[in-house]
Design a protein around this ligand. Sequence first.
Ligand code: ZN
Length: 400
Amino acid sequence: MTQPLKKRKLDNQINRKLLDFDFEKTCSVTLSSNNINCCLTCGKYFQGNSPSSPAYNHSITSGHTKYLNLTNHKFFVLPENTEWEGISSVQDIIYYLDPQYTKQSIEESPETALDLNNEKYLVGYVGLNNFKSNSYINVVLHCLAHIEPIRDFYLLLPKHKHYETITRKSPINDKLSLLVRKIWSPHLFKSHIAPHELINCISEISNKKFTIEHEQPPKNFLIWLVNTLHSQLVKTTKSKHTTFSQNLQGKIEITTIPIISQEVKSRVEFTTIESKSKTVESKFWLLSLDIPHNPLLTAQLDKIEEVEIEALLEKYNGTTQTQVNENEVRTYKVLEPLPPYLIISFEKTSNSTVVKFPEILNMNKYTKSDKEINYKLVSTIRQDNQWSISLQRKNNWISI
Ligand SMILES: [Zn+2]
């Protein structure tokens, strides 16, 4: 007879609405990040569990007795400092703190789930908080979290044979894994996530180049992030192939041709010197396209010009010459095999041009291949007041 009463009393000490595991796991008293426990009554973080530790003192002064250790995920009672048995009723808190996946659970993941308020949310399509000016970071994180093989790599990272090394030597990969696992979690208490821990890590590693304070072009951030994640995975897994090189990286042949200019009948003419051209092969994470600037159209603000992406991609057919400075032109040729996922960035000089994307983009005319190399548009990133991403989900577009 006493057991159910005791259990109910203990459960009254748990206030799920105050639990938030998105923020830095540091002690609210000492600011230390060692051996941190979450008080399940008020949601605050306290260090230690021995007598005179901040957590112990908190239990004495507040009467809050239930705690969760954020490192070993054990529930315990203070001030007695005893482990708490019968944790099945609080397993949802562990799912919320540290979602885990198997190949099977990914396949069987529900499309929708309920948060603590019984509000339905679309699993995988939850918002990331914009603290200040970090929407440029959020869209890139969402973009990567929706590239299926990259998503699955991060969902299953805790089961990776080098996971222990990765957590120790590459916090950015570890924290991205936790964020992706939260984004795809059907066990969220609230249907938005604060990417605080990962952004702090990004800010630190990039020497404050990418922070919440100053907006940056998502393209620059994406290249930096993918380079960083890839190179740290190469080091920690001792393999030159990573989910990024396998899914996003392509090869390109760049030929640089010198040009000379001469005045002919008061006109400047350029001549290319093909015999002095140099060709190098390079790798790319994304292809940049320049949208032609039409000042006449920009002057007429209501006029929107449309340009086909196929026409812009002619830049990469190996024969179109692009002037890079007054002494050189370049040709670019994308090489096979192209990556399974192609990221294209537009250098825009005005808002009066719309790029049209076909239902299926066949890249073989740029590689001069016989077989079709088809791509379908699955996500777009754009800037209005802030950066937003649209993701394709079952033939519908969802904007976040
Ligand atoms: Zn408390």
